[in-house]
Design a protein around this ligand. Structure first.
Ligand code: F6P
Length: 344
């Protein structure tokens, strides 16, 4: 095997580095001379910012440490390759770096945008008669990649969310019952409700679980929400509801946008936050409720103390299998996880 390169992209997770470790280990087993890392994903590669991972990972102890280190060790980016201009300089720069360093396999750990990048690079290589293979390694706390049963990164974030929601419910129930608070917990996930739904996992013998969960998949009906909250508050008990940051009205307006302009990053992603504040303001002004808002925000992403061992193991395996796939000549594909069905 010639040299290979690995990069990370999008939001960090607790298990993202385990995929780098898995790909590194398998590439070495298959005889790769050098394993490079892109600094800050494809954006770094375009600018020639790559490092030799052997310097650190040739020591097996560091491979083990890396598996358990949360957040993207190589740095991340949200850079998108343009589809329309496959002859533009980004592609030329990338293939120059690959050819100059004798790299013929590229692995990219990320979500939907990263998998687009893998497709684009693979198509470019095919169109231009280039031999390199490009394989995507799934990773996102949002759990919104198609075909795979679930995504590495999701499990650890879900564990963090369920645990945090449990603490918030316990705290709220212990507080002054003469003036109970309504707590609104805002959870990431963009347009996918898996993370917000995982707040339900807080329900156990010692915890009631949230009173309601609002997901982005169902249009948010403000009137129905207010009616529901009135019914709950009439019972004079502490309330906790979980909402996804991406809840939107039937006309597509995000609830967070009702609070003012929502910033858009350089690549067109809306930076959602504070839907919980919009709802809390309405609840206090219209129903006179005492409210408290909690945005779990980036705490739920790398979640160092909550990394799930299953998540880490799966992320490692996906990195490992990505190298096997490229070694078998596959390109323009993403590794997926499928539950094995056994028949007795
Ligand atoms: O894609 C993962 C994610 O954490 C989403 O749940 C969230 O909307 C987004 O990243 C936030 O991205 P950024 O940190 O770039 O604002």
């Amino acid at each position: 095997m010639n040299n290979v390169i690995i990069g990370q992209s999008g939001g960090p997770t607790a298990a993202i580095n385990a995929s780098v470790a898995g790909a590194y280990v398998r590439a070495k087993e298959l005889g790769a001379q050098k394993v490079f890392g892109m600094l800050h994903g494809i954006e770094g590669l375009v600018n020639g910012n790559i490092i030799d991972l052997d310097i650190y990972l040739s020591d097996p102890t560091n491979v083990e440490l890396l598996k358990r280190t949360p957040a993207s060790v190589l740095g991340t980016c949200r850079y998108k390759l343009s589809d329309a201009s496959k002859d533009d300089t980004d592609y030329k720069k990338i293939f120059d770096v690959l050819e100059k360093n004798n790299i013929d396999k590229l692995f990219y750990v990320g979500g939907n945008d990263s998998m687009d990048t893998i497709m684009q690079l693979s198509d470019y290589a095919k169109d231009h008669g280039k031999p390199q293979c490009f394989i995507g390694i799934p990773k996102t706390i949002d759990n919104d990649l198609p075909v795979t049963d679930h995504c590495p990164g999701f499990g650890s974030a879900a564990k963090y969310i369920a645990t945090s929601v449990k603490e918030l419910i316990r705290d709220n129930q212990a507080a002054d019952t003469r003036n109970p608070a309504t707590v609104i917990v805002e959870i990431m996930g963009r347009n996918a409700g898996w993370l917000a739904a995982s707040a339900a996992l807080s329900k156990a013998d010692d915890c009631t679980g949230p009173d309601a969960i609002y997901l982005p998949e169902k249009p948010f009906d403000m009137d129905a929400f207010m009616k529901h909250m009135k019914e709950l508050s009439d019972k004079k008990k502490p309330i906790l509801i979980a909402i996804s940051e991406g809840i939107k009205l039937a006309d597509g307006t995000y609830v967070c946008e009702l609070g003012g302009d929502v910033a858009t990053d350089a690549f067109g992603h809306k930076q959602m936050s504070a839907a919980c504040k919009v709802l809390a303001d309405k609840l206090s002004s219209e129903l006179g409720l005492r409210t408290r808002t909690v945005e779990l925000s980036t705490l739920q992403r790398a979640a160092s103390h909550m990394a799930s061992l299953t998540d880490v193991r799966e992320a490692y395996q996906c990195g490992f299998e990505a190298v096997n796939a490229a070694n078998a000549g596959e390109t323009g594909k993403m590794i997926i996880m499928k539950r094995m069905m056994y028949q007795l």
